[in-house]
Design a binder for this molecule. Structure first.
Ligand code: PMP
Length: 400
């Protein structure tokens, strides 16, 4: 963290930069126009007129604050409408809405696992799933990222000791953009009688015939007992949810400390999320998801043709190459990555920088993320800037 402080003093830190506009691809940051390539606004809904209208109407009707927890005075009609909408969308008996996505995982895992249970998490699962496991009295175990044999070993060991088990994975992994092989994970969980939770944070609105996420893409939506998600990415708001059976959702409603002991999501966030979910379920949602993935493919191809080192594409169902909105560019060790990030920023492109411990020590990433609102011209311009910045100086001299 000393490095970050030093970079901050030099005005070169990639973190805590303030926007003077919304997150649409053309932004103002630090007082000058730049291109946003580091947001999770995958469908470009954060400034969509219908979503803004949904938030505005809720704000005008219910005021600014929720002024209490869901349990007591914080629940408004819109929370219930949103829960009904999400349960209908996911085809589950019930849904529950939380104040953030982080709390969705904390509240769900915390309510359902306890002393004597085992939670087996993918080692690359989001921090909120690891935090959630730590938050319980259950034994917390990790399996090697996407390694199904290793998962089976952990589940066999837990079963031998007669321990009820919960398995937690991300649908799309947030840093490298790869997918969890949900078909094989679901199978192993079924064999070992383990409760599977898939966090669809980065896949809701993007994957599956109904855009509910990676579980649906793998055809496992009907048999996966628990899925969580967030409103902070494609759904263009703040908050989160879990879907499942009446029994599971009731257990969360009554035992989920991260659900019970915090203020309800504010009306504007819930109204905006409801409008966004309805929009995603309309023809426009499908069209935006397709545009987002076409943009990701275009950016990947542009960078690859310039020789920029990328991770992926991801592998999806039936071993097929699957593009996700996340396009990770490998930059190397952290100090180089900080310098390259700043050069790119000076070229007018904001990218998210992922460095240790979010990724291995020598493999910092520029985590690019596209939205449905980028144009091919935007992405071509960004790819050229990224190539210029990452190209080794010696090569540049030779070309010159
Ligand atoms: N799960 C995953 C996989 C995430 O990437 C994130 C946020 N980056 C969260 C949960 C937490 O969501 P929120 O930001 O809504 O708290």
């Amino acid at each position: 963290m000393k490095i970050i402080r030093a970079l901050e003093l030099e005005g070169k830190s990639p973190y805590f930069r303030a926007l003077q506009t919304g997150n649409s691809p053309r932004i103002d940051m630090d007082g000058r126009p730049r291109m946003m390539l580091g947001s999770n606004n995958y469908l470009g809904l954060a400034d969509h007129p219908l979503v803004v209208e949904g938030a505005r109407k809720a704000l005008e009707r219910f005021g600014t604050g929720s002024t209490g927890s869901r349990l007591l005075n914080g629940t408004i009609d819109l929370h219930l409408e949103l829960e009904a909408e999400i349960a209908d969308w996911y085809g589950t008996e019930a849904a529950i809405v939380f104040t953030t996505g982080h709390q969705s995982n904390l509240g769900t895992v915390g309510a359902l696992a306890g002393r004597g249970d085992v939670i087996v998490a993918d080692s690359d699962a989001h921090a909120s799933l690891h935090d959630a496991a730590r938050f319980t009295d259950a034994q917390s175990v990790r399996f090697r990222h996407n390694d199904i044999d290793n998962l089976a070993e952990k589940l066999t060991a837990a079963a031998k000791r007669g321990r009820p088990t919960m398995v937690t994975v991300d649908g799309v992994y947030s840093m490298e953009g790869d997918l969890a092989p949900i078909d094989r994970i679901a199978e192993v969980c079924l064999e070992h009688n383990a409760l599977l939770l898939v966090d669809e944070a980065h896949s809701v609105g993007v994957f599956g015939p109904d855009l509910t996420g990676v579980t649906e893409l793998y055809g496992k939506a009907d048999t996966t007992p628990l899925r969580t998600g967030t409103f902070s990415k494609s759904i263009a708001s703040t908050g989160g949810f879990a879907v499942g059976s009446h029994d599971l959702i009731d257990a969360i409603r009554t035992n989920g400390r991260a659900f019970l002991f915090t203020a309800a999501g504010v009306p504007a966030a819930i109204g905006g999320a409801l409008a966004a979910v309805r929009l995603i379920r309309s023809a426009e949602g499908r069209e935006r998801a397709e545009r987002c993935l076409a943009n990701a493919r275009f950016l990947r191809d542009s960078l690859a043709s310039l020789g920029v080192p990328l991770i992926g594409p991801a592998i999806g169902p039936d071993g097929a190459e699957t593009v996700t909105p996340i396009v990770p560019v490998i930059v190397g060790e952290s100090l180089r990555a900080f310098a390259k990030w700043h050069e790119l920023y000076e070229h007018g492109v904001f990218a998210a920088l992922a460095h240790y411990p979010a990724v291995p020590l020598d493999r910092a990433l520029l985590r690019l993320a596209v939205t449905a609102e980028h144009t091919f011209a935007d992405l071509e311009e960004a790819a050229t800037s990224i190539h210029t910045v990452l190209e080794p100086a010696v090569e540049r001299r030779l070309v010159a």
